[in-house]
Design a protein around this ligand. Structure first.
Ligand SMILES: [Zn+2]
Length: 296
């Protein structure tokens, strides 16, 4: 099965899980189970996002988007982050309301059974996806599987809590559980929004990758060759670098181009997916664009 096929299956499972857990909430009137159902919404959003990442973002550059479509990923994850935050706030509101007016839970046995069935389904899917992700080194698939595993643990916590409610009759346990789950959902939402905002603002490459680049460039630097004004940015899976290569003014264009090609090749093999643009300049000349000094 292809990675995208796994993601489509995980979307279907997320929809089924939401249906089962919503049914469990409807039967029992437990806000803990309601929050568990909304947590599955996070997984649905995550699966749709991952599918977008491997389809939209992987589209080749076209006339209107000559740099590619990698940033589609940030836009969709930011939007989902906001949706998730709204869901978390709705749960907290419902749970606080429940503290004020405690209500007896009904048909707890059925609710718990539905929650266990949906968690077993999610657990099996997460296990299959994780082994596939390791085999294909797919970040999108692995991220989605990890979300699912978190969801299974949350559901287990809610089920244990409801069993405790059944045993003790402490109704306040239910909204406490709901708020704990909502806090976790809110954390995931904030992280998604934060990551996408960071990505849209052209974040620099990861420090370890930048170190790799510096080592590669140091291999070419020489008394008569200097690299400066190195700036990097990420766009989803794609990485970009802009830089100057200063050399003796007397070099022929052919000689300069040969060295430039070698540097570009070395950078691309050191950092997969890197797209380099290297400006050729004589040793004592700087580009006017960089006079502003706001670039390093
Ligand atoms: Zn320069």
């Amino acid at each position: 099965m292809q990675v995208s096929a796994y993601l489509k299956v995980s979307i279907a499972v997320a929809v089924a899980t939401i249906a089962l857990k919503t049914g469990a909430w409807w039967l029992t009137d437990s806000v803990g189970l309601l929050s568990d159902a909304l947590e599955s919404l996070v997984n649905l959003a995550g699966a749709i996002f991952a599918l977008m990442m491997v389809t939209v973002a992987a589209q080749p550059p076209d006339v209107d988007h000559p740099y590619g479509h990698h940033k589609a990923e940030y836009f969709s994850s930011g939007f989902e982050g906001v949706l998730i935050l709204v869901a978390a706030l709705a749960i907290i509101w419902a749970a606080l309301h429940r503290f004020a007016e405690p209500q007896p839970l009904q048909a707890l046995g059925w609710g718990i059974a539905l929650a266990i069935i949906s968690s077993a389904m999610n657990g099996a899917l997460a296990w299959a996806m994780l082994s596939k992700a390791r085999q294909h080194r797919s970040m999108a698939l692995e991220g989605d599987a990890r979300h699912l595993i978190t969801d299974v643990w949350t559901s287990a916590g809610v089920v244990v809590g409801l069993l405790a409610v059944q045993a003790t009759g402490w109704l306040w346990l239910d909204p406490v559980l709901a708020i704990a789950v909502a806090a976790n959902i809110a954390r995931e939402g904030v992280m998604l929004v934060w990551q996408s905002a960071d990505g849209l603002m052209d974040q620099a490459l990861e420090p370890d990758i930048r170190a790799e680049i510096d080592t590669t460039l140091a291999g070419f630097a020489h008394r008569t060759i200097r690299f400066d004004h190195v700036v990097t940015r990420r766009a989803g899976q794609r990485r970009f670098i802009d830089m100057h290569m200063h050399m003796p003014a007397a070099w022929s264009l052919g000689r300069a181009a040969t060295l430039r090609g070698a540097v570009e090749q070395a950078l691309m093999s050191a950092v997969p997916g890197l797209r380099a643009s290297i400006q050729l300049l004589p040793m004592d000349v700087e580009a006017h664009f960089d006079d502003s000094k706001d670039l390093l």
